[in-house]
Ligand binder design. Structure first.
Ligand code: NAD
Ligand code: DAU
Length: 350
């Protein structure tokens, strides 16, 4: 019997991690702590919500007293920390939310783990989920490794880098059994349509312009979200305390090439003339400080823990498109209300 706390489990990656753990470990108690911000959605978890080994708690990791109370109530052995403000564009518009959730929230969780584990670290793990953006931006060549120096360049990346530093500092200073992972861009079902792929799927459905930033020549390394969930479980179970593991898809795409492929897949699925959706591509003002290229060397996690991606990109993209097309109610729900205001501010008034 083990008690696992997952923070941010109602979000995109968190909901896939919750589903994996609830199904794979029926004897473990999984508590999902989520504030349910605009990005958190319990509709992501309806298939597991009644499971006896699963419990949802609504709460804010920024509230240190609340976090302590939760540790007291559930006696967690393991923490998988995903809760964060996660969208780069929002971090440019509203940085303090990122400092609060990503830095203060992380330190609150570290303090609670340290206090309740009281130096009895056997069987305990604090698994911190981070991003490749902390390493900065690459030119045409090279890959991020675990020893690439940190060089965060957006407020989001800076807040994640700060949280990573605190996690490592708690290991170094207090011996807390932490393990970190830094992952590349995820895609798949349940991603909030502010990120490139779901935003463009939604716009294609509605025949709205597809706003490609700058020249569309920025490069990202894409990983199917279920592969990331498997990697998180691997790092939690097999990762060595104090170690960092990079996670990536070995799957680099220039934005414009990815968007063209997505347009082709969508035209096929929607029964539209080939080329229809490409006609919606519109080049717009670039993101401020837009990082040129991210690419991960995921060799360490393969060599030391045996994880590698299993879903190829064309297959993953088709699965993703099919999920959004068969979940239009989900899409309608998350794009009503505040989303419209966000969309206007981000794309029409900038
Ligand atoms: P998301 O925005 O979809 O979900 C974040 C979740 O955290 C939401 O459910 C939200 O309600 C919750 N949350 C936010 N602030 C909170 C708070 N103060 N207290 C409690 N809950 C709070 O994000 P995601 O894309 O699923 O990313 C999850 C984690 O993985 C983040 O830490 C992110 O930095 C990291 N990550 C994401 C990607 C990616 O491509 N999406 C890649 C690498 C790493
Ligand atoms: O690399 C990991 C990171 O990937 C995660 O840590 C972040 O949480 C996640 O949001 C993601 O960050 P990006 O900024 O790379 O993702 P986004 O989907 O916002 O953008 C992907 C690329 O597409 C990027 O080069 C910007 C571009 N883009 C994005 C949007 C939303 C556009 O051209 N137009 C858009 O409308």
């Amino acid at each position: 019997m083990e008690n696992i706390l997952i923070t941010g489990g109602a979000g995109f990656i968190g909901s896939h991690a919750v589903r994996l753990l609830v199904n794979k470990y029926p004897k473990s108690a999984i508590v999902n702590l989520d504030k349910l911000t605009y990005a958190g959605n319990l509709l992501n978890l309806t298939d597991v919500e009644d499971r006896p080994n699963y419990r949802f708690v609504k709460g804010d990791i920024v509230d240190g007293r609340f976090v302590f109370g939760l540790f007291e109530q559930f006696a967690f052995d393991k923490v998988i920390h995903l809760a964060a403000e996660s969208h780069v564009d929002r971090s440019i518009a509203n940085t303090m939310d990122f400092v609060q959730a990503n830095v203060t929230g992380t330190v609150n969780l570290l303090n609670a783990a340290r206090h309740f584990w009281k130096d009895h670290y056997e069987g305990r793990r604090f698994c911190h989920i981070s991003t490749d953006e902390v390493y900065g931006s690459l030119g045409d060549d090279g890959l991020f490794t675990e020893s690439t120096p940190y060089d965060p360049r957006s407020p989001y990346a800076a807040s994640k880098a700060a949280s990573d530093h605190f996690v490592r500092a708690y290991h170094h200073t207090f011996g807390l059994p932490v393990v970190l992972s830094n992952c590349s861009n995820n895609y798949g079902p349940n991603q909030f349509p502010e990120k490139l792929i779901p935003l463009f799927i939604n716009n294609i459905i509605q025949k709205k312009p597809l706003p490609v930033y700058g020249k569309g020549d920025n490069v990202r390394d894409w990983l199917y979200v279920e592969d990331h969930a498997l990697a998180i479980d691997t790092v939690l179970r097999k990762g060595a305390p104090g170690e960092t593991y990079n996670i990536g898809g070995h799957n680099e795409w220039k934005n414009i090439d990815l968007v063209r492929l997505l347009c082709q897949v969508m035209d096929g699925r929607l029964g539209r003339e080939p080329g229809t959706s490409e006609g919606l591509i519109t080049f717009v003002k670039d993101r401020a400080g837009h990082d040129q290229r991210y690419a991960i060397d995921a060799g360490k996690i393969l060599r030391e823990l045996g994880w590698k991606p299993t879903v190829n990109f064309e297959e993953g993209l088709r699965k993703t498109v099919d999920w959004y097309l068969s979940n239009e109610q989900w899409l309608r729900q998350v794009t009503s209300g505040d989303y419209q205001k966000y969309y206007r501010q981000q794309y029409e008034e900038r």
